[in-house]
Ligand binder design. Structure first.
Ligand code: FAD
Length: 430
């Protein structure tokens, strides 16, 4: 049996970041990936954040296959055929060190794997890890689906993404329930560069993102997104499994309904669908996070439920957790302390980082939207009606208009409800 210092299960951003940092610390490291190459199985919207990425590969923007630097972020609500939008554009984000880029994971993950290989990581593809190997209670390696496929290791890092089969077997399972997992579908729609830049008012090479709530998910807890790539748009929608099951909407029907909305239709008009992808997103947040370590094992990225859905962040949490896990694995191997206690250094570092702090901050959010569904349905409707009334110029005086708006608001949501909603939202978000 071949032996390594560190075995990483899964070649996504979390696993490859873990492998890179372990190898940089001098560890003999291998990544085992079930796909033909890293990236083939992976799906993201996908906005890649600079800070977390450059911590793993400094100056990555000089060689990574990036689509466009994001200079504008728009947020909006759809209510029926109406659209309410707000956004922020900052041309500074078009230059190094940037804030974020759009990427296509099939290209980006493959490139990241090449950086890991340059740092000395061995990458074994087309191989599924089936279980951990134990000596007594101690984890001593992994069993793969290949003949004579056992590999030994001092530390195993579980970066297998949302399904977390091995983590579940190891008793490090995140709480996967219909209310902690979202299903997302996405299309890549090809469009000529100039057309794309015209439609989004962008200078050549610049990019924009749009996040849409409300009727973009038929009022379900979730989001729709449209991101500009070099010569295509990534358009998708994701919603929690629980309301999807309850309402019998399929993710594909949600996407088709989104594409038919007047605002969206115009953006994708004339484009040709090149790819269709689907994936789960772990949305349970802080309350569904598993324990992040045990003797000889660390859990990173989606396997550990590290996704901040509100801020559309997952890849950066994955990379940050991966980097820390690789560093802690090396530290524990060097000190010879692979006990559960020794490995808990990783969880401590994670709790001190923005990753767990952010998840903790928004720990009430999922439950809040569950108990206040009108935030995603009634309030967008109220806002759209109010804007319609306010911006329609006729012979009604503005004072009368304001009265009409207030009447409409209280008809749709009683005063008491409004006050408790504001208080609840304050507690969940601020
Ligand atoms: P993954 O990327 O899922 O990688 C896991 C890897 O493990 C895969 O390569 C898989 O093939 C491999 N694997 C699994 N099991 C085994 C096994 N047993 N043996 C061997 N290999 C195995 N995040 C953002 O930051 N920005 C966004 O815009 C964004 N948009 C998103 C849109 C969608 C539709 C989705 C689904 C997610 C989005 N996310 C976004 C979240 C982000 O994609 C994830 O948080 C991130 O990919 C997690 O990385 P990971 O390495 O933990 O898992």
């Amino acid at each position: 049996m071949e032996n390594f210092d560190v075995i990483v299960v899964g070649g996504g951003p979390a696993g490859l970041s873990a492998a890179l940092s372990a190898a940089k610390a001098g560890m003999k490291t291998v990544v085992i990936e079930r796909g033909d190459y890293p990236g083939t199985k992976n799906v993201m919207g996908g906005v890649l954040y600079t800070k977390a990425t450059e911590a793993v590969v400094p100056d990555f923007w000089q060689s990574a296959p990036l689509e466009r630097p994001v200079i504008e972020q728009r947020y909006g609500f759809l209510s029926g055929d109406e659209t309410i939008l707000a956004g922020y554009r900052d041309p500074v984000w078009a230059q190094a060190p940037y804030n974020a880029h759009t990427v296509l994971r099939v290209k980006f993950d493959r490139w990241l794997a090449q950086q890991a290989e340059k740092a000395g990581v061995m990458i074994i593809t087309e191989t599924v890890v089936e279980d951990l190997l134990y000596k007594g209670d101690n984890v001593v390696g992994v069993r793969t689906g290949r003949a004579e496929g056992d590999l030994g290791a001092k530390v195993v890092i579980l970066a297998e993404g949302v399904n977390a089969f091995i983590a579940k077997k190891a008793g490090l399972a995140p709480q996967m329930r219909p209310d902690t997992v979202a299903v997302a579908v996405k299309e890549i729609i090809q469009l000529p560069q100039e057309k794309l830049e015209d439609r989004f008012c962008l200078e050549p090479g610049q990019g924009a993102t749009i996040e849409l709530f409300g009727d973009s998910t038929q009022g379900m807890m979730g989001t729709a997104f449209i991101y500009t790539n070099k010569d295509s748009l990534s358009i998708g929608v994701g919603a929690l499994l629980e309301p999807l099951i309850r309402t019998k909407w399929t993710p594909n029907d949600l996407l088709e309904a989104l594409k038919a909305k007047p605002y969206v239709k115009r953006l994708i008009q004339g484009g040709e669908t090149k790819e269709y992808l689907a994936h789960l997103i772990p949305e349970g947040g802080y309350n569904a996070m598993p324990k992040l370590h045990r003797q000889g094992v660390l859990v990173v990225g989606d396997t550990a439920m590290l996704v901040n859905g509100l801020n559309r962040e997952g890849s950066n949490l994955a990379m940050t957790s991966g980097k820390m896990a690789g560093e802690v694995a090396a530290q524990c191997i060097q000190s010879g302390d692979l006990s559960d206690q020794g490995m808990s250094l990783y969880e401590q570092r994670m709790r001190d980082s923005f990753v767990v702090k952010d998840l903790y901050k928004f720990r009430r959010l999922g439950r809040f939207f569950e108990t206040h569904p009108h935030f995603l349905k009634v309030y967008p409707e109220i806002a759209a009606n109010a804007m319609h009334l306010y911006f329609t110029a006729d012979e009604t005086s503005k004072k009368e208009r304001q009265k009409q708006i207030m009447k409409m608001v209280f008809e749709k949501r009683a005063k008491g409800g409004l006050v408790s909603d504001v208080f609840g939202a304050w507690r969940a978000i601020l």
